[in-house]
Each structure stands twice: as structure tokens, then as C-alpha cells.
Design a binder for this molecule. Structure first.
Ligand code: FAD
Length: 675
């Protein structure tokens, strides 16, 4: 969904009626508003003035025919009601409201199109200036400087023809989990091949542009709605995976979760000193420090709110190099870090892996795991580089295969390979994040300093173990446009005009319920997730209330929760309890509150029971020896805190188990010694 500037503007996939309806739709979502004081043209501008309709059509052209038909069907439905020639914005808004209520399918398609229009409207930039005309009023500076000419540190293999190779281990995915396992196995003397579906991007590619970053670095090109429209998903898809785009917040695994995983899921040692050693080693290698956590005005408000309420809070620890860190550019972390100070997997573990002889292929999508005599035998993959148009089949023969494609893709790979057992894809945990924007006086400079520089942990550890952390967020105008509830064109513009004064909070909510990853006939992952668990619903409301309280005690003048149309808006003087009660009644899904997820876990989980888990407590598959789960999908349950450090520590534990395991396969039967 988050398609970027590279979307072709020459696309021609709509009929002339559909195109006219799309133009009218775009200009209903972003209409011109009369305003005497409009020096930047923000109020007078309509969506089609910046060509948003052409970007949307370009995006539709990239979709599979059936997915495109879901969206164009809405345009046909609107055309039947003469939407384009309706007499006023008001009557068009009325038609949209009625269509929204007509069916959940129509509501989902309308919401997808509306989000897309707003994402483009607040994200597309003039190729010459790198600026979007709306950003001046939003006090968003856009790119601060061109990317530096930093050379690429890692050498990767670029196949010129089909390639077949032999290795001791093949690691699929180079993110938080895969990179650690690759480094640890290579360090022990194994020959390792890493296959990464994304490209290799470094400082020289990081333009500090939101849509370009989504296109280059994110899963499915940026924020993507789950198939049921209930939650917006964000994950990294580049060499280094999520660690390249994440906010660098380093949190140790909570003791309670460690005990639960050890006692209920038999992950021996996870509750003791052995796992402490893994955590310590990980934190040391990624340079976790609290020296680079400057507070911007938005985060100062959060600290002030916690202090007034007597809520526990702490400075964030971040994997950042103080020598090269600058708060001036840290706000752009999730678009790739131009300063190079982020100690992401490509700066740490993958460097180690290469130093110990590993080979890395990027733009290489693992299609299936090869199995012989019931054991891992290798991986079949496809190399395809969209920039050169080159492609090649890749076959890696290996007696050890590590699945570390992230919790959204790892189960899809197992399902395509017909291994893993009945639990594959179940128990997908997402930490569904409620979002609240509180508008304050003055510029909150959200683009300055790291998005997570402080953490409120007042609600982290309730008796039942299901709590949440409250944290800040980055300034991403396109995503803010898409996530801000749209009740009318005017109201949406009014809310966006306040963006520079907004303090955005999210809650990392430990979910007890779960969703699912399945595959479609083409073998692509299909993600569904609904908040149906009573405790999760209750905690979602509790987190929203806590976020609202932080806003109200620090003098917010307006507040709203992230989501779709029809959500209420609070203004100073309104009854806060009544507002919160209205939010509690809203559905969580396409027609109401809309959570985000940047933390995906559990979809190939570890555990003792092959019916309810995919891997043994060691990480090796129950049904296919030699295949190991190495990423967040191995978590037995949700974590309740930012997961990177736990993923890395668990991956290090799995690498240790792999190295110690003895399997008699073609002479490759020895435990591997540490070099
Ligand atoms: C915007 C954002 C901010 C975040 N902030 C934080 C934070 O501050 N702190 C924190 O702890 N966590 C944070 N996270 C979460 C954290 O980054 C992820 O949980 C973590 O990176 C997941 O690790 P992983 O190994 O499971 O998968 P990933 O890191 O996602 O790596 C999976 C890799 O596999 C590749 N892949 C997928 N399919 C295939 C295939 N078939 N073949 C080959 N390769 C494949 C993908 O391209 C990807 O690079 C954030 C995430 C996001 C998106």
C-alpha cells in the first residue's frame, strides 16, 4: 500500500468513468477550503493539484488483477451514484458515508483508497526540491541534507547466471534473528549462505524521504493493511531487515516472560544466567547505550506527564554509536539512518558473518525449503533485481536451514514447503499499538531526536502479566495523513494543520489473543488479525485512556485516536470521560480504531507440543530435523516490550543449540567447535 515515487504516472488501468470518479474521490478527501490566511496554499490546495489521482492509478496498476478489482469496484459503485457530478463536497461526503455503511467489503475498500490518497498527498515530493508543498504548514523540514557518499561495507554476491552451491547452513532472512545466527554459525567455522529478499541499502541510499524509504526498505512497500483491514503492518525488508528501519529501542526480555517461556513452553535456561549471557552479549555487540536519547519537546511533554501523574518512566537505551550520533538526524531513523550511527544488523552481525567467511545474496527470495529423507537438504530461491532486470534461480544445498524471514513471511515459507506441522502460521502476535495524538502549544519538533527516547513503564507489569509500555513515535507526514481519522475534508485538514504541535503516543500492548498467517494460491502470505480476546480489548481501552491522560495533564488543547472515519475528536473543555467512553465503544478495525503493528511474533513458535508449536524448545522443527526457526516467529507468546534484543538473544541461543546438535548427514555429523 505504501507505494512511492517510483509508481508509474503513465499507468492506464482505469476506464474514463472510473478515472473521473477517482479524481472526484481524491478531491472529496482533500478538498479546497476557503481560508483568508493561507500563505502556503495549504487550505486552497486539492488532491488533484499535486497529481495524487495519477499516483493512485499508478499504484493500482502494480496490484494483482483481483486486488485491483476490489478497489475499482468501489469506484464503479460511486460512479453509479453520479458521484463525480454530485453538486457539492457535502453531498459527496454523504454518498461516502452511506457506502461506508452499506457493507464491510465496501468500507474496507473505501478505507484502503482513502488511506492511499492521504499517504500520497502528504508524502509525494517534487523531484527537484525533495519537498512536498504541504510540509511548510506542517513545520516538517523534509530532507535535511543529501545522502552522504558512504561506500558499502558488505560485499554481496551478484549471480550472473543460475547458481547452485553447497553450505553447512543456509540462513533465510538477514534481520534481527537471521543476522545473529549467520554470525554465530560462521564464527564457529560453518560455511554459511544468507539469502535476503530485500536489497542492500546504506547511508548513500537514505534520502530522508518517507515514501522512498517505504519503497526501498519496507515489507510490501510500506504500511500495509492486514487482509481483513483490522491492523496496519510495518516491517523491514532490506539487508539487515527491521533493524535498519527500527527506532533502536533496546529492552531486555521481561523476567515474567522468561519464566513463562521456561516453565510453560520448556525453553530451558531462558529464565536463568545462560540467557542473561545471551542478552549481555547482544547488547554489547549492538552498542546499546542511553547516551543518545535526547528528548524533543514532544518527549519532554511525556516525561512531564509521567512526573505529574507519578508514573514510572525511564530513559531509552538505544543501539547507537555516540561518536557519530546527532539528534538532528535521529528523527529520520525509520527512513534509514544517514548518520551511520545506528548499530543495525548490517553494521554488526552481518559484518561478523562476512569476516568469518559467510556469503550473502540480496534480492534473493527463498521459495521453498528442500527436504530429503525427512531432513533439511537446502533452499530453492529466486534472485531478481528490479533495477537491472536480471534474475536467476538459486539452489543452496545445506543440511541446516534457518528460517528467519520475519514472523509475517517465515510461516508462508514453511507452508509453501509443506513442512512445520499444523501450528504453522497460528499464534501470530502483533503488539497492536493504539495511537493517540495530543495537540499542544508550540512546535513539538517531532522530526528532531530519536522517536523513542523515553519509555513509560507504569503499566508494564500487572498481576496477569498482560500490560503495555507507552512510547513516542516518529514524524512521518504521509503515515500521519493516512492514520488521522477522516470525518470530512475540512476536519482532516484541520487536524493535519496541527501536526507540528502533536505529541503522538503509542502503547506496546502485550496481546493474549492472536491472528494467523496463511498463504493464497500464489503462495503469498495472507495475514488476518482481529482483537477478539476480552483482555486485549480491555487493555486496548486502558492504554488509550492512559495516553489521553498524558495529554490532558500536560495541557493538550485537542486529542484524537488513530483510525478511520467517524471517530470523535476531543477539544479542551469537552468531557474527557465521555470522549473516552465513545472511543471504547468504537469497533477496532476498518470502520473504527485502527491499531498499528511494527512487532510481529509467534507465528512459528517454539514449544514442546507439535500440535501447538512448530519448533521444539531448541528451535529445531518438530517434523523436519535440520530446519530451525531463527526470528521473532519463534516466540512462544507475545513479549510485551520492543522485541529486537529478545529476538537477537533467542537467535544466539538457537545458534548455540545448532552448533551443539549432532546429525548424521553425509558425513556432516560433528558438533561444531568455536574457532
Ligand atoms: C518502524 C519500526 C520500528 C521499530 N522499532 C523498534 C525498536 O525501537 N526496538 C525494537 O526492539 N524493535 C523495533 N521494531 C521491531 C524490530 O525491528 C523487529 O521486531 C525485528 O527486526 C524483527 O526481526 P526478525 O528477525 O523477526 O525479522 P526482520 O528483521 O523483519 O527480518 C526478516 C528479513 O527476512 C527477509 N525475507 C522475508 N521473506 C524472505 C524470503 N522468502 N527469502 C529471503 N528473505 C526474506 C525480509 O526482507 C527481512 O529483511 C521496529 C520495527 C519497525 C518496522
Amino acid at each position: 500500500m505504501g507505494e512511492a515515487q517510483s509508481v508509474s504516472l503513465m499507468a492506464d488501468v482505469l476506464t474514463s468513468d472510473q478515472r473521473a470518479t477517482l479524481r472526484a474521490f481524491c478531491d472529496t478527501i482533500v478538498p479546497p477550503i476557503d481560508c483568508a490566511d493561507d500563505p502556503t496554499g495549504f487550505w486552497a490546495r486539492r488532491a488533484t493539484d499535486t497529481g495524487v489521482d495519477q499516483y493512485v492509478e499508478g499504484y493500482l496498476a502494480t496490484l494483482a488483477a483481483d486486488r485491483r478489482a476490489d478497489l475499482t469496484m468501489v469506484l464503479d459503485g460511486l460512479a453509479m451514484q453520479d458521484f463525480a457530478s454530485a453538486p457539492s463536497d457535502l453531498s459527496r461526503e454523504q454518498i461516502l458515508t452511506e457506502m461506508n455503511q452499506s457493507s464491510s467489503q465496501a468500507a474496507l475498500a473505501l478505507e484502503a483508497l482513502r488511506s492511499l490518497i492521504l499517504l500520497f498527498y502528504y508524502g509525494i515530493t517534487d523531484p527537484l526540491t525533495g519537498q512536498n508543498p504541504n510540509w511548510t504548514l506542517l513545520a516538517y523540514p523534509g530532507p535535511l541534507r543529501p545522502p552522504p557518499m558512504t561506500p558499502k561495507e558488505l560485499s554481496t554476491i551478484v549471480p550472473n547466471e543460475d547458481l547452485e552451491a553447497q553450505a553447512d547452513a543456509c540462513v533465510i532472512g538477514s534481520g534481527a534473528g537471521g543476522a545473529v545466527i549467520a554470525a554465530e554459525l560462521a564464527r564457529r567455522g560453518l560455511s554459511v549462505v544468507v539469502l535476503e529478499a530485500g536489497g542492500y541499502h546504506n547511508e548513500a541510499d537514505f534520502a530522508q524521504l518517507e515514501l522512498k524509504a517505504y519503497q526501498d526498505l519496507y515489507w510490501r512497500g510500506g504500511p500495509t493493511l492486514s487482509a481483513d483491514g483490522n491492523i496496519m503492518l510495518l516491517a523491514g525488508a532490506t539487508l539487515g531487515g527491521g533493524t535498519v528501519v527500527n527506532f533502536t529501542n533496546c529492552v531486555r526480555t521481561p523476567d515474567r516472560v522468561r519464566r513463562e517461556w521456561a516453565n510453560d513452553y520448556r525453553l530451558d535456561g531462558v529464565d536463568g544466567p545462560e540467557f542473561d549471557a545471551h542478552l549481555d552479549a547482544v547488547l554489547a555487540r549492538i552498542g546499546a547505550t542511553d547516551e543518545c536519547s535526547d528528548l524533543n519537546p514532544a518527549q519532554e511533554r511525556l516525561v512531564e506527564g509521567c512526573t505529574r501523574l507519578g508514573w514510572k518512566h525511564k530513559r531509552a537505551v538505544r543501539n547507537t554509536d555516540p561518536a557519530t550520533y546527532s539528534p538532528d538526524t535521529a528523527g529520520y531513523l525509520s527512513f534509514g539512518d544517514q548518520s551511520g550511527s545506528k548499530r543495525s544488523a548490517d553494521k554488526t552481525w552481518l559484518v561478523d558473518a562476512l569476516q568469518h567467511g559467510a556469503a550473502i545474496l540480496t534480492r534473493t527470495h527463498a521459495q521453498r525449503v528442500l527436504v530429503q529423507n525427512g531432513r533439511a537438504a537446502g533452499v530453492e530461491a529466486l534472485y531478481a533485481d528490479p533495477t537491472t532486470g536480471k534474475s536467476a534461480s538459486i539452489t543452496i544445498h545445506a543440511p541446516r536451514v534457518v528460517i528467519a524471514a520475519g514472523a509475517l513471511e517465515s510461516p508462508a515459507l514453511l507452508l509453501r514447503s509443506n513442512i512445520g506441522g499444523p501450528a504453522v502460521g497460528n499464534y501470530l502476535r502483533l503488539h497492536p499499538l493504539p495511537v493517540v495524538t495530543a495537540v499542544h502549544a508550540g512546535d513539538m519538533k517531532n522530526w528532531w531526536g530519536a522517536p523513542h527516547a523515553m519509555i513509560c513503564d507504569e503499566f508494564a507489569n500487572p498481576d496477569d502479566g498482560y500490560g503495555f509500555l507507552i512510547e513516542g513515535a516518529n514524524y512521518a507526514p504521509a503515515l500521519a495523513g493516512a492514520a488521522t481519522p477522516w470525518t470530512s475534508g475540512r476536519a482532516h485538514k484541520e487536524r493535519m494543520a496541527d501536526a507540528s504541535r502533536g505529541v503522538v503516543t503509542i502503547s506496546v500492548l502485550r496481546d493474549r489473543g492472536y491472528g494467523r498467517v496463511a498463504i493464497d494460491p500464489a503462495g503469498e502470505a495472507v495475514i488476518t488479525y482481529a482483537i477478539t480476546d476480552d483482555l486485549d480489548r480491555k487493555n486496548y481501552c486502558k492504554a488509550l485512556d492512559a495516553q489521553l491522560r498524558l495529554g490532558s495533564v500536560t495541557g493538550a488543547t485537542a486529542m484524537f485516536a488513530g483510525g478511520a472515519a467517524d471517530l470523535p475528536h476531543w477539544r479542551a473543555g469537552d468531557d474527557l470521560e465521555a470522549f473516552s467512553a465513545r472511543l471504547h465503544r468504537a469497533p477496532i478495525g476498518p470502520t473504527g480504531l485502527r491499531p498499528f503493528s511494527a512487532h510481529q511474533m509467534g507465528s512459528c513458535r517454539m514449544g514442546p507440543d507439535p500440535w501447538t508449536s512448530v519448533a521444539k524448545p531448541s528451535g529445531e522443527l518438530h517434523d523436519t530435523p535440520g530446519v530451525w526457526i531463527g526470528d521473532a516467529s519463534a516466540f512462544p507468546t507475545a513479549l510485551g516490550v520492543n522485541p529486537m534484543v529478545t529476538i537477537m538473544a533467542l537467535a544466539r541461543r538457537t545458534a548455540t543449540a545448532m552448533a551443539a546438535s549432532v546429525h548424521t548427514v553425509d558425513g556432516d555429523a560433528h558438533p561444531v567447535a568455536v574457532r
